[in-house]
Design a protein around this ligand. Structure first.
Ligand SMILES: *[C@@H]1O[C@H](CO)[C@@H](O)[C@H](O)[C@H]1NC(C)=O
Ligand SMILES: *[C@@H]1O[C@H](CO)[C@@H](O)[C@H](O)[C@H]1NC(C)=O
Ligand SMILES: *[C@@H]1O[C@H](CO)[C@@H](O)[C@H](O)[C@H]1NC(C)=O
Ligand SMILES: *[C@@H]1O[C@H](CO)[C@@H](O)[C@H](O)[C@H]1NC(C)=O
Length: 414
């Protein structure tokens, strides 16, 4: 693999890490009419992830457009049943799988099918849903804004928590009438928890699994991540302003190459430098990953993640000065996401790795501390000493090491 390839993979995984922060949700009505503000409907076309990575393995797959309250049109997939079933479907437990930052839902489908979480869940009787966050290739649509317009990129993970996840929940609930299980990796854990802490999702949520969880980032050790978070994100923000954050295109692609000259950043092993030493990735899977990722995010989102690293506080986007914050929030400081608001009886499965440079042990300890009043019987914690960030999604043995216990956890909720 080329240096650039490793770099992209590393950055992609970095973004994955950042994938879970819930914040608020009004989402769509579950009306089935297509239109703004109504989470609608109709499997779209034949392209996309269903065709490339699901139906080729013999599974049914549908794609939907879900419109967020702020007008983004998200591509959402459904795998309604296992490979061996004959269309009976019906009455299955819905489960939503949410990817992290700088990647899309495709990352869950890069291993051989018997190793991929969505397909494993479908074969075990779940009604599987996968979302693609705003800005990623299949979700670059809006009811009025074009991605070429900078206003399209005026959001951070606050909006993923406030609008994307709640809209998808609303939609799935409208389709199934059931409470939903949630699986997040990386930023998908942060956005999920942020949303729940603000009381969104809660009435439609059954239980939660957090893989390579990211909430606090102060201990993040990855040199590239630290360099990015400390300096470069602000530089990028200043030079690009409100814009798309696309590592695959100039000027960022050049900037990324420059990082290789920072002390401690070894571009010949950037994946490790960024995510920690992943024990268990298959070369074929890495090649596929590089063909599919990274995906775009917004500069504002990256700045917000940098704030998380520096501030050590789980708070909304900081506009940089008291007057600007006051204008947005009615307070000189951005509001904090209070994880103590997470219902104490919510079943949670949390799995973290000893080699994960993004979801660092120290930060996960801080997160667990914030859950110390959680009902003891409702919190399952798994620690895998030799796992790093990407192993949780793509490890060749994740099926046994992580997905097996995760499956037992969800089955126990029935
Ligand atoms: C690695 O991926 C290739 C291609 O999908 C597959 O044939 C092979 O079995 C995989 N290896 C392991 C150990 O899973
Ligand atoms: C971006 O959105 C915020 C509200 O979320 C708004 O206050 C701000 O004016 C917007 N910025 C631009 C440049 O449109
Ligand atoms: C506060 O920040 C905004 C941009 O977010 C800027 O326009 C404004 O001039 C700043 N105000 C002060 C007092 O620094
Ligand atoms: C967080 O929430 C808990 C319980 O809901 C509450 O007791 C605590 O005061 C809150 N903390 C902050 C900083 O608001």
């Amino acid at each position: 693999m080329s240096v650039g390839g490793f770099l992209s993979l590393a950055l992609g995984c970095f973004l994955l890490v950042l994938a879970v922060a819930p914040h608020a949700a009004h989402g769509l009505s579950s009306s089935s009419t297509l239109g703004v503000g109504s989470g609608a409907v109709a499997p779209s076309a034949t392209g996309g992830i269903c065709a490339s990575s699901v139906t080729i393995h013999g599974y049914q797959c549908q794609e939907f457009d879900v419109v967020t309250q702020d007008g983004y049109i998200l591509n959402v997939l459904r795998i309604p049943e296992g490979r061996a079933e004959g269309g009976g479907g019906g009455n299955k437990q819905p489960i939503l799988i949410q990817h992290g930052v700088l990647v899309d839902g495709m990352i869950w489908l890069l291993n051989p099918p018997e190793q991929d979480l969505p397909l494993i869940l479908a074969d075990n009787g779940f009604d599987v849903w996968m979302a693609n966050s705003r800005g990623t290739r299949f979700s670059r649509r809006h009811t009025s804004l074009d991605p070429a317009n900078p206003d399209f990129w005026n959001w951070s993970w606050d909006e993923l928590a406030a609008f994307d996840i709640p809209a998808v929940f609303e939609f799935i609930h409208g389709q199934t009438g059931k409470k939903i299980d949630y699986v997040g990796h990386s930023l998908g854990t942060l956005t999920g928890l942020a949303s729940i802490s603000e009381g969104r999702l809660v009435d439609k949520l059954r239980s939660v699994a957090l893989l390579g969880p990211v909430t606090y980032l102060s201990h993040m050790t990855t040199p590239l991540g630290v360099v990015l978070a400390k300096n470069s994100v602000d530089q990028i923000a200043m030079s690009l302003g409100l814009a798309e954050f696309n590592l695959g295109a100039k000027p960022l692609a050049d900037l990324v190459q420059d990082f290789c000259h920072f002390p401690g950043v070894d571009c010949f092993n950037l994946l490790a430098a960024f995510t920690g030493s992943n024990c268990c990735l298959n070369d074929s899977t890495i090649d596929l990953f590089l063909k599919n990722e990274p995906q775009s995010s917004s500069v504002k989102n990256m700045v917000h993640l940098g704030q998380l690293f520096r501030g050590g506080v789980l708070a909304k986007y900081d506009y940089g000065n008291a007057s600007s914050n006051a204008a947005h929030y009615g307070d000189v400081r951005p509001p904090v996401y209070n994880l103590s608001n997470i219902p104490r009886d919510l079943p949670i499965f949390l799995s973290y790795g000893g080699q994960d440079a993004l979801s660092d042990k120290g930060d996960v300890q801080q997160q667990l501390e914030s859950l110390k009043l959680h009902d003891a019987g409702k919190l399952t914690v798994q620690f895998i000493e030799y796992y790093a960030h990407a192993d949780f999604v793509m490890g060749v043995n994740a099926k046994d090491i992580v997905f097996g216990p995760l499956l037992s956890f969800f089955k126990n909720q029935q």
